[in-house]
Structures are given as C-alpha cells and as structure tokens.
Design a protein around this ligand. Structure first.
Ligand SMILES: Cc1ncc(COP(=O)(O)O)c(C=O)c1O
Length: 390
C-alpha cells in the first residue's frame, strides 16, 4: 500500500498546540508553524481504524491495558533493535516528560546534580530545576558539522557527585544517532560513578537511512541495571495527543521506587484510545513508517539543497534521525531574539529558537519538516524572499 504524505490537512481549530497557539507564541497567526515536534500527517490508517472501532462501543469507562498492549511493545523493540524487554519491566507513563520529572523525584534529592548535555530538548532543564535539583551542564562538542559527547567533562561532573544523566538518544535537536561506541563510552563512565542514566529514546524509530539506533539498555546487563529507558509511539506515529508512553526499568529496586511514586500520584490509568492506538501502531505501522522516513528524507534533502544553492549563509546540520532540522544560522550574525524576529516577522515562519535548547544553541534555529513538501517549499521561498528584502 502506498501512503500519501503530500496532502495538506488543515489543523487550525483542532486544539492543536502547533497551530492554535501561534498568536500566543509568535504574536501572529499567519505564519507557517514549524516548531512543536508533531507531524502534519495522519497516522497509519490502522491506528485511526482502531480508535474508531473503540469509539464505536461508546462506553468509555475505566480501562486496563491488556496483554496485547505489552506484547506489541516487546515485539516491536525485539524486531527493530534486538532488544528483549522483560515484560515485567514496562511501566506506563502519560508522557516521557512526566517520566523525566518522576525520575528526578524518585532517584535524587533536593540539591543533587543532574547532568544534561545541551543543546538539548528544553524540558530536560526544567525536569531538574523545577524540583530544586542542580543542573550539571556537559555541553556537546561541535566540529566539522558533527556533534560529539564530551567524555572528559562528563567524568568531571560524575566525579563531582552528579546522581543522574538525562540522555537524548537519538538527540533532539542536533539529530545525532549516538553510535554503540559513543554510548558505551558515556555509560561506562556513569557506571563507574554510580550515576543513573535516563535514556529518552522517544525518537528512536525515526532513524534515517544509514544509521542504527542502539538502546542503551542493550549495551550490557550491568548498564541495563542502571538505565531507565523512555519510549513511546507518539513521535513515530504522530500520536502525542494520546498521552501514552512506556518506561522500561530492568533493575527491580529502581523500578519499585519509580512505580511507587507514579502510582501514588494516580496517573497510570492512561486513556482508552491511547491503548488501542499504541497496539495498532506497533502491530501494523511498520510499512507506513518506512514510507514516512523516505518522505522525511526527501524534505530534508530539499531544504539542504535549497540552502546550499540559495541561502549558503544557513547551514543545516545533516540529521541522522528525526524530522527536526538544526539550522546553523550563526553567519547571519544575529542574536537569538533577532533571528527569531527575522524568521517570524520577515519570513512568516514559526521555528524554535536555538538558545531555548541551552548552551551552544545560540545562532541556531530548529525547523520541523514533518509537513507536506509543498509547505516546505513555500516556507523556503518565504525565507529566501525575506533575505532578498534585507
Ligand atoms: C526528546 C524528547 N523527549 C520527550 C518529548 C515529549 O514527550 P511527551 O510528549 O511524551 O511528554 C519530546 C517531544 O518533542 C522530545 O523531543
């Protein structure tokens, strides 16, 4: 079956953060929204059908997640990543961001340090600071167009007593798919100092051609024992509104601490449609996903080619995963707010401004390319016109 990603679908007025908060966030509504990380594509038809089928029953009382829900998660990760998840280690969370916050509360004390590696998805920072914990910053190194971990600095922070590391694997916003060796390098340092690894793998299924995702928990039994992994069908199949994700914790001591906190908050009921959507996506969504990735690669190629031909002052960092393109705009010589103003008010585009991702983000913009190619083309032409007007 061929899936169509070309059809623009109107999302305005559907309670969409990306569309319906434009006025509030950018000060105007007539911009192309290329910010929040969700897609302008319908999910696989099997997912929509599963939701419709369940809605057809009409009674929407309290629900349980049946065995098929867990089996589909286990099968998906075994087939794609050779990861044998123990059924007993899967916990439910209404989202990955809530899970990061729960991990902070469950595994650290006020005043403890938690390591983050910016530029990185900004809720990593608030999951630390909102709870009176301290940020230990290990900025990624950037050279020759490629981001790398700074293992020396990581070791220093571990030696200084950090308790936990928030890892984005693959990394939002820089698009790296960390290699097995890179992951082993940081995991071994964490193990040496007893630092717990929270591996946010929400983007793992959106790995682009030529790259391979490695779940941190597959590196070794010892590493799995101090890793908490967050996965979800939400980015992969565009189901963020379903608020359904899984937290995988092999170590029974850590799992009990996490589970008792999340249970005490009474937030594990989940929602009935999220369960059906997750089962259908993981069981029947693979072919759709393969085609989606090809489509996203086409969009990434288009923008990369467009910049090198028409806007060489903007240098996209080639992503290895995700539909988020990290644009190096430093040659434009603008501050973050000037850049944002240029994109919003001159080009009519709503992107994420780089400095919101922390140290190393200044001078960059994050562009969401999960939208029909016709919209991407329109956006790039608006950007070019804005440059010509200056
Ligand atoms: C790295 C990363 N983690 C988590 C999330 C959001 O997770 P959730 O919606 O499940 O809270 C995002 C969304 O953009 C993300 O990029």
């Amino acid at each position: 079956m061929r899936y169509n990603f070309d059809n623009p679908v109107s999302r305005q007025g559907t309670s969409s953060v990306k569309y319906d908060r434009r006025e509030e966030v950018f000060g105007k509504e007539d911009i192309i929204p290329m910010w929040v990380a969700d897609m302008d594509f319908c999910p696989p038809p099997s997912v929509t059908e599963a939701i419709r089928n369940r809605a057809g029953h009409e009674i929407l009382g309290y629900s349980v997640r049946r065995q098929e829900y867990y089996d589909s998660i286990i099968r998906w990760h075994r087939q794609r990543y050779n990861w044998d998840i123990n059924p007993g280690s899967i916990l439910f969370s209404p989202g990955v961001v809530p899970a990061l916050n729960i991990a902070t509360l469950a595994f650290t004390k006020p005043g403890d340090s938690i390591i983050v590696q910016p530029p990185v998805y900004f809720p990593f920072f608030t999951a630390v600071t909102d709870h009176g914990r301290r940020l230990a910053t290990n900025r990624l190194m950037f050279s020759d167009g490629r981001y790398r971990f700074n293992n020396e600095r990581l070791r220093e922070e571990c030696r200084n007593g950090a308790k936990m590391l928030f890892l984005s694997n693959p990394h939002n916003p820089v698009g790296r798919v960390w290699t097995r060796d890179e992951l082993l390098g940081i995991a071994e340092i964490c193990i040496e100092y007893g630092v717990i690894i929270i591996s946010d793998e929400i983007h793992c299924d959106l790995v682009l051609t030529g790259h391979r995702h490695t779940p941190v928990a597959t590196l070794s039994e010892e590493i799995a024992g101090s890793t908490i992994t967050c996965v979800a069908p939400s980015k992969t199949f565009n189901l963020a509104g379903m608020a359904t994700s899984s937290i995988i914790i092999d170590n029974s001591g850590l799992r009990t601490r996490f589970a008792s906190l999340i249970d005490s908050l009474h937030i594990t009921n989940g929602n009935i449609f999220g369960t059906e959507a997750s089962i259908a996506a993981y069981s029947e969504g693979e072919e759709w996903l393969e085609q989606l990735i090809q489509y996203l690669e086409g969009n990434i190629d288009y923008v990369t080619g467009f910049c090198s031909e028409n806007l060489p002052v903007i240098k996209p960092v080639r992503p290895e995963a995700t539909y988020l393109l990290w644009l190096d705009c430093r040659e434009m010589g603008m501050t973050g707010s000037e850049l944002n103003n240029f994109f919003v008010n001159r080009a009519g585009l709503g992107l994420n401004e780089g400095s919101t991702f922390g140290e190393g983000g200044e001078g960059f913009m994050r562009m969401n390319l999960a939208t029909p190619l016709s919209t991407v083309k329109k956006a790039m032409n608006q950007l070019l016109a804005a440059f010509r007007d200056t």
